[in-house]
Design a protein around this ligand. Structure first.
Ligand code: SF4
Length: 269
């Protein structure tokens, strides 16, 4: 398997299907120091060169005091390759570590969101790309269904509250098996986050369940992702979508949303 080609095909599919990137965009990639965001950045840099639309890519990292090692090797790696990388120490987040050492994810992510928007604004970006993978989408889908009573996962595309930024997740179809292999082959430095090592019990259990099932069903995540794109609301329990009084027009055979609706960005090898 050509790893790079596979990842680019999947990223291109996501970018095209969800119209993540448009002509004239400036995309700021949130580099967290992990394998996923490094894979995302590399993929978008290649797309920037090969896609039939003009857009630019830059990268940034926010220091919230959670990295287990200095992030500088990531900066050296990126700058040595001529990548426009910005590093910002977020003082309010760092203060949080001493003022409220037991703060939870809500507070931490709220601080991060504010810092991300500030940096993106400074970088002149209108799009912010995050490295959530197919694994994150699948885990989030199951976690929400089983523990919050909602059928939902993550948005592949969303907008900041004032619609100032388009928020995109181009790795929606890329599994962590691929990002792990890609980052290691590229020799990219990976700086772990202390939090990712303390992955919650539910998440760990879901990962174990996936690993077990995937021994027999290797395309489990692909199937789950396909299911998220093909919702049959008439076979769920949400009354907003049910024809309780038999008033709806007779059902039409389902039509697939595919590349005919949203031309996929083609990636010339
Ligand atoms: S896992 Fe850690 S870094 Fe992530 S939001 Fe929670 S506290 Fe912040």
């Amino acid at each position: 398997m050509d790893l790079e080609k596979t990842i680019l095909r999947k990223v291109g599919e996501a970018v095209g299907r969800f119209r993540m990137i448009r002509g004239g965009d400036r995309v700021a990639v949130a580099v967290s120091g992990g394998k996923d965001s490094m894979t995302l950045l590399e993929s978008l840099l290649i797309l920037e060169q090969r896609a039939p639309i003009d857009f630019t890519v830059c990268a940034f990292t926010i220091e919230q005091g959670k990295f287990l090692a200095p992030i500088q090797p990531v900066g050296e790696y990126l700058r040595a390759r001529g990548i426009d990388w910005t590093y910002v120490q977020d003082t309010p987040s760092l203060n949080l570590l001493t003022d409220q050492p037991d703060h939870g994810c809500d507070l931490c992510s709220r601080y991060r969101r504010r810092a991300v928007y500030e940096i993106a604004r400074r970088l002149g970006a209108n799009v912010i790309a995050f490295g959530h993978t197919a694994d994150d989408f699948c885990e989030s889908f199951l976690r929400n269904a089983m523990f919050t009573g909602r059928i939902s996962a993550l948005p592949p595309v969303a907008w900041s509250s004032k619609r100032e930024f388009r928020l995109i997740r181009p790795l929606v179809y890329v599994t962590e098996e691929l990002t792990r292999a890609y980052a290691s082959r590229a020799g990219a430095p990976v700086i772990p986050c202390g939090c990712s090592q303390k992955t919650g019990t539910v998440r760990r259990t879901l990962r174990d369940i996936f690993a077990e099932l995937e021994k027999e069903h290797p395309f489990l995540k692909e199937t789950l992702l396909a299911a998220m794109g093909k919702v049959d609301t008439s076979r769920l329990l949400d009354t907003r979508f049910l024809d309780l009084d038999g008033e709806a027009a007779p059902a039409q055979p389902p039509t697939d949303v595919d590349s005919a609706d949203f031309p996929l960005i083609s990636i010339n090898p």
